[in-house]
Design a protein around this ligand. Structure first.
Ligand code: AMP
Length: 598
């Protein structure tokens, strides 16, 4: 049942392998409850005696304990914890303490979460198990995808993937994003060999740590290998949209490089230059074909550019759910009829679920939990009946339940116990059980709990914000404008506090229209607390700030400068970060105040 065993066995006949991995998943998902009990047992036995567990188990001998009894004991002794509870332990590891603190196996690598959702990067343990599960979920998902969208063996993937800077901690451990560790791992090469699909760009491009230079080279090489490209992919959809925005600006330069076999002076990193120049050679015919397509596409605002440039591509593959949904519209525009396949659900802490229905539109995708990866618990979240006095809507949390006891339609916060030394760790993601695949739940990602827009008694989640912004941007679209990106802030320094929404837009739109967008958004927040507060003016009119073109690139650059990687970047949808707010406010060129409640 161990993930790594399945991955390393039988790699030659891929058809057989696909059959084998799907059967494996059928078997573990049928016995999900038992597999979960065993998985917890394995984690606790492997890490018996580590400092963190000793705190709760004392000297109790768990080795001889029955697995079910151990499962109940674990939940009764070990408390739920958040990242803050683990931080002192992880910090000691980062500082070089080699004692068995969280795991018996020494931790030599630490991951940095993207930090773009909570505004602060978190350090988390990363082990070989982490890259093995990445490879494993990739191959499992690929097996399901290939049933519907088979791809040619030996083909290429145009992957917009990026590493972060890799830092050394005080204790000499390597720290970088989890994706960076994976691209540097043996598993990344195994993935290419076993799936017989090769990324277009060499390691020097992926590891360039200047995302602008890497994007240029990804595009250039993707076009050079145009006829071999079977799919276009990235970790999060944002990177693909970002890459094609770059392409709109730089296509002529890319074509000129393809024509002459040269490389733009934009690429200054010597190793990246050499690696790309070693691959390219003058291809004037190809360059003129690409040029013709681009001229034509530009006239239709780049609609369908992806299948026109890569006619053999079968689909676009990336995480398109959650905070990536706002980019779907643009992605669909670039991809036209090419299917969009939404990728799996995971986090720096660990992988969670796989998309078993690649045909589903990204809006409807859910994720079947992989019961061997971690031990999963679910905190039931019940929406509070609105408090009539305060008008507050929130969640009442029930006792966590194991995977086998979740109910369809119920919302939960996920709790993970991982092979990397996190015990009953609250992930902060809210999911809803959409159904079951055999005995394992299929989860809809709802939102991240921390991301809440609130001034006083109001509570609006990332979803609520997304819906309001969607409504507002419908008005914008009607008048020929396009929303490029957005974020928000609850301004509470001045009374009454109010919501600020920052929009970067494309196209010329009259001020009257933007004023209307602002009012529509204000009226779209239906949270009772918000509506009541707006009516009584204890929350002021929503403010729409239009920022100048390129502002969200500055936001991206700010995060990248702080060690994030483009591949894991998620525009924070709500922020209190002072530096970010300074960038946004300095770049604001127009402000509108809602008159929705006048
Ligand atoms: P990080 O570890 O900071 O790069 O981000 C992990 C977080 O990204 C998760 O906890 C989720 O909130 C979000 N995420 C990851 N995969 C998905 C997905 N398939 N759909 C929606 N959100 C996701």
């Amino acid at each position: 049942m161990e993930a790594a065993q399945v991955v390393t066995s039988n790699g030659n006949a891929d058809g057989d392998y696909q059959y084998e991995i799907i059967s494996w998943f059928d078997s573990v998902s049928k016995n999900a409850a038992m597999v979960q009990t065993e998985t917890l047992g394995q984690i606790l036995h492997l890490n018996y005696g580590v400092e963190y567990l000793k705190k709760w188990f004392g000297d109790m001998k768990i080795q001889d304990m029955d697995a079910c009894a151990l499962e109940s004991l674990y939940a009764s002794l070990v408390p739920l914890a958040s990242h803050a509870d683990f931080e002192p332990f992880i910090q000691r590891i980062a500082d070089g303490d080699t004692a068995p603190i969280l795991t018996q196996q020494p931790i030599t690598t630490l991951s940095l979460s993207s930090g773009t959702t909570e505004g602060r990067q978190k350090l988390l343990p990363f082990t070989r198990h982490s890259s093995q599960t990445t490879l494993h979920i990739y191959r499992l998902a690929a097996a399901y995808r290939s049933r519907v969208y088979p791809i040619r063996e030996g083909g290429r993937i145009l992957e917009f993937i990026y590493s972060s800077k890799q830092l050394k901690t005080k204790g000499g451990l390597t720290a970088g994003t989890a994706t960076t560790h994976y691209y540097a791992s043996e598993e990344f090469n195994i993935k290419q060999e076993k799936t017989k699909s090769f990324t277009c760009s060499p390691q020097e491009v992926i590891f360039g740590v200047d995302y602008k230079q890497s994007t240029y080279c990804h595009l250039l090489l993707g076009l050079l290998f145009w006829d071999e490209v079977e799919l276009i992919a990235s970790t999060f959809a944002y990177s693909i949209v970002q890459a094609f925005a770059t392409f709109e600006e730089q296509w002529e330069e890319i074509c000129s490089d393809i024509k002459d076999g040269t490389l733009s002076s934009r690429i200054t990193l010597p190793r990246m230059r050499k690696a790309v120049l070693d691959i390219i050679s003058p291809s004037p015919c190809l360059a003129s074909q690409i040029e013709a397509i681009c001229r034509d596409s530009k006239a239709s605002n780049w609609y369908g550019i992806v299948p026109r440039l890569w006619p053999n591509a079968k689909y676009v593959y990336s995480i398109m759910t959650g905070s990536m949904q706002p980019y779907l519209k643009k992605l669909r525009h670039y991809a036209a009829s090419l299917p969009l396949v939404s990728a799996d659900y995971g986090s720096t802490e660990g992988w969670i679920g796989v998309n078993l229905d690649p045909c589903l539109p990204p809006e409807d995708v859910n994720f079947a939990v992989i019961p061997t990866f971690s031990y999963f618990e679910f905190i039931p979240l019940n929406k509070k009946k609105q408090d009539l006095i305060s008008g507050t809507v929130g969640y009442i949390e029930d006792e966590p339940v194991p995977l086998s006891q979740v109910k369809i339609g119920q919302e939960y916060e996920l709790v993970l116990t991982t092979f990397t030394g996190l015990y009953r760790y609250r992930l902060g993601d809210v999911v809803e059980v959409a159904g079951f695949h055999n005995g394992t739940p299929k989860l809809n990602f709802i939102f991240r709990r921390e991301l809440i827009l609130t001034v006083n008694i109001d509570k609006n989640t990332e979803n609520d914000l997304q819906l309001a912004v969607e409504r507002g941007s419908e008005v914008l679209n009607k008048y020929g404008g396009e929303l490029v990106d957005f974020t928000s802030h609850a301004e509470v320094m001045h009374q009454p506090g109010h919501y600020m929404i920052y929009w970067e837009i494309k196209g010329e739109v009259e001020e009257r229209v933007l004023g209307e967008c602002c009012g529509v958004m204000d009226a779209s927040f239906v949270d009772h607390g918000y509506v009541v507060s707006r009516r009584t003016n204890s929350i002021g009119p929503l403010e729409l700030c239009i920022v100048e073109t390129g502002t969200f690139n500055k936001v991206l650059d700010y995060f990248i400068g702080n060690g994030a990687a483009l591949g894991q970047f998620k525009t924070p949808r709500c922020t209190n970060n002072h530096i970010l707010l300074r960038i946004l406010n300095l770049c604001t060129i127009k402000r509108f105040h809602s008159t929705a409640y006048n």
